[in-house]
Write a protein that binds this ligand. Structure first.
Ligand SMILES: NC(=O)c1ccc[n+]([C@@H]2O[C@H](COP(=O)([O-])OP(=O)(O)OC[C@H]3O[C@@H](n4cnc5c(N)ncnc54)[C@H](OP(=O)(O)O)[C@@H]3O)[C@@H](O)[C@H]2O)c1
Length: 284
């Protein structure tokens, strides 16, 4: 199988390239400078590569900046995804597209399943949902959409790297919110399931995250423990206490049930403690 990975400089895409290459697939990873999905002629790029599957790791992911830069966010997450999907349709490639928990408003009092109504509250969430819709309009069952949450990997800015950096300063006080919950998800594990979906090409929407829901505060405690630090160095605060408040609203409940994946009898993703320990080891 030949896989084209877009946004190949990103934290998830880098691990997708590594995992699919190690599994023996022919992988072409294109960083933004080589293939800008918002600008370049996607059909020409795909005609040159002739992939069976495109895994889209390209996205505008600056959630707060998007609030004041909606046009750029939409250019990548909405229009860029549509251009990519059209190119897939024109060249017969399946698209595996990555989306987000931010398509939901976070007010539900149970984990979100794939069929739950969407209601994004941020510019980022709205543009990501628009990308899901665009890809589905262009490709129907030839796009598989994977919504994930709280992504952490070796090659990107994320909570694990941030906490380990902050904790290295013994005088640094730490406070994280205890009223937003979600499933931390590790790029090493997500890359494997994206590879399986690239082979299977089932179409439709999947929620795919590592297992176990925690608040950010609880997640930080686990990162501190994994890094050999005292977990009591962090104190819980409410989102309303953040000073200054963050421009983009976050869902209070980001918990995505992997309902379709688990329901089809596939092996469940791991409890996040395992890939967390592996990542801390790599970063230490
Ligand atoms: N990070 C999370 O917590 C999280 C949570 C849920 C879902 N997701 C989703 O997971 C996916 C991967 O996220 P990530 O954490 O790997 O993000 P990331 O590290 O920011 O990677 C995104 C990559 O896309 C590239 N890119 C941006 N605009 C592009 C364009 N027009 N054409 C081609 N490439 C472009 C970026 O390049 P530059 O750096 O040069 O701009 C970057 O390398 C995204 O779809 C994101 O929405 C992430």
């Amino acid at each position: 199988m030949k896989i084209l990975v877009t946004g190949a400089g990103g934290q998830l895409a880098r691990d997708v390239v590594a995992d699919s290459t190690a599994a023996g697939h022919e992988v072409v990873g294109l960083v933004r400078a080589d293939f800008d999905i918002a600008v370049d002629d996607a059909t020409a790029v795909l005609e040159g590569v002739r992939p069976d599957v495109v895994v889209n790791g390209a996205a505008y992911t600056a959630v707060d900046a998007a609030e004041s830069d909606a046009d750029t966010a939409a250019l990548v997450n909405d229009a860029g995804v549509r251009r990519l999907a059209r190119a897939c349709a024109a060249t017969g490639a399946h698209l595996v597209h990555v989306s987000t928990d931010y398509v939901f408003d976070g007010t539900l009092h149970r984990p979100y399943v794939e069929s739950d109504p969407t209601n994004p509250q941020s510019v980022y969430g709205r543009t990501k949902l628009a990308g899901e819709v665009a890809a589905t309009e262009e490709l129907g069952d030839d796009v598989t959409i994977v919504r994930t949450s709280w992504v952490c990997g070796e090659h990107g800015g994320n909570m694990v790297g941030l906490v380990l950096r902050l904790a290295a300063d013994p005088d640094r006080s730490l406070a994280f919110v205890d009223d937003q919950i979600g499933h931390p998800t590790f790029t090493t594990d997500l890359a494997v399931v994206l590879r399986h979906l690239s082979v299977e090409r089932p179409g439709g929407v999947f929620h795919l995250t590592n297992r176990r829901a925690v608040s950010w505060y609880e997640f930080v405690r686990e990162i501190l423990v994994a890094g050999g630090h005292d977990p009591n160095r962090v104190r819980p605060i409410a989102t309303a206490e953040l000073d200054p408040p963050r421009p983009a609203p976050r869902p209070a409940n980001s918990v995505l049930a992997n309902a379709r994946w688990d329901g089809d009898g596939r092996p469940p993703l791991r409890d996040f403690a395992e890939p967390l320990a592996e990542l801390v080891e790599k970063l230490s």
